[in-house]
Write a protein of this length. Sequence first.
Length: 63
Amino acid sequence: MLAISGVLLSTLFLMNLTFGLIEIPDNLPIVGNLDEVAASALLFASLARLGIHLPFEPKRRRS
């Protein structure tokens, strides 16, 4: 359930419905990209938790 919430929230955030006009950090260089990096990391981690592995992601061996 938590992974599904992570996918939904990060996808909604990355859709950028406000076009970066409301959030002040989006207009600052470098800092403006950090929130998108965090949302992308949350999306990839949530997808991996659900068993959806992306093609560019290295496969991990289970020991």
